[in-house]
Design a protein around this ligand. Structure first.
Ligand code: NAD
Length: 297
């Protein structure tokens, strides 16, 4: 496995493609943005004139696109890549998309004689740059075995979550937890503040107690206790509220598909919708504390 096509080289895909180049793979990149492709070419990659060209005569193709409709179009559309790739090509879609589209596209890829995985990631742009992403992977054992050595050059933890679509199931569940916990700790900090408890004391106690959680320890929503958190830089992301809302909506789509309601997930989705609709989508997701404080419209 040597030649890789990479489609969608934006904030995440760009650094992921560059890590593959560093690891010695030949990478042919395509993106609607010429600037994004140029950054991969500057790192030693080559430019493809279309998605189809990026998927031609390569061993493996990674796609890192905004949403399900883009993935469907790139794979199955009029100029879709499944129609031109040679049989046996391995496809890895690392975009965060809905479970239904992921399963449909993998089914179509397998019917066309390809191997394909859904492999969304956690770890953000920093994780992409440092090859430290977590990959949550759905798909066949054969596809997983073929792609794992490539994924290991872009991530630290590669988990096979089961059959097609299960990577997206894991991602939706994980990010629903993150949206809920960030909202919960924001409510707790504002309540503590109003009742006279200083944020640092609140952090020291809760982070060492049963209310401690990843969102608090890494992305504390008030400035001070965690120097690297976005709260210390006016909530510049990080992980934007807009992307959190996207993932929460995907979690609610998944809940509907599962025939269940997730009241806390649903409430977190409503709060992030209100926050983003008030024009705050570009802030870090930890800025939801502003909504809790009543600081937004
Ligand atoms: P981005 O907007 O920076 O990159 C997406 C790229 O896809 C853009 O460069 C765009 O031009 C390109 N694109 C769109 N349609 C295309 C098409 N038809 N053909 C070729 N290129 C096309 O977004 P990103 O932050 O890199 O996110 C990519 C995916 O990763 C999303 O699904 C996102 O939810 C997920 N994700 C992002 C983060 C994060 O922190 N940014 C973290 C985890 C997962």
């Amino acid at each position: 496995m040597k030649n890789i096509g990479f489609i969608g080289v934006g904030n995440m895909g760009g650094p992921m493609a560059r890590n593959l180049l560093k690891a010695g793979f030949a990478v042919k990149a395509f993106d609607l943005s010429a600037e994004a492709v140029a950054a991969v070419v500057a790192a030693g990659g080559t430019k493809a004139a279309s998605a189809q060209e990026a998927a031609t005569d390569v061993d493996l193709v990674v796609t890192m696109l905004p949403a399900g409709k883009h993935v469907r179009d790139v794979y199955l559309g009029a100029k879709g890549i499944l129609a031109v790739a040679r049989k046996g090509t391995v496809f890895v879609d690392s975009s965060t998309i809905d479970v239904k589209t992921a399963r449909e596209v993998i089914k179509a890829a397998e019917a066309a004689g390809m191997l394909m995985l859904d492999a969304p990631v956690s770890g953000g742009v920093g994780g992409a740059e440092n090859a430290a992403l977590t990959f949550m992977v759905g798909g066949s054992d054969a596809a997983f075995a073929a792609a794992k050595p490539v994924l290991e050059k872009m991530g630290k933890k590669i988990v096979h979550a089961g059959g097609a679509g299960n990577g997206q199931v894991a991602k939706a569940c994980n990010n629903m937890v993150l949206g809920i916990t960030m909202t919960a700790i924001s409510e707790a900090f504002v309540m503590a503040e109003k009742l006279g408890l200083a944020p640092q004391a609140m952090f020291d106690i809760v982070s060492a107690s049963s209310g401690g959680c990843w969102a608090l320890s890494n992305h504390c929503p008030v400035p001070g206790p965690v120097p690297t958190s976005a709260a210390n830089r006016d909530y510049k992301p990080g992980f934007s509220a807009e992307l959190m809302l996207k993932d929460l909506k995907l979690s609610q789509e998944a809940a509907r598909a599962a025939g269940m309601s997730t009241p806390l997930g649903s409430e977190a989705t409503a709060l992030y919708s209100e926050f983003v609709n008030a024009g705050n989508g570009g802030l870090d997701y930890s800025a939801i504390i502003k909504l809790v404080r009543g600081e937004t419209a």
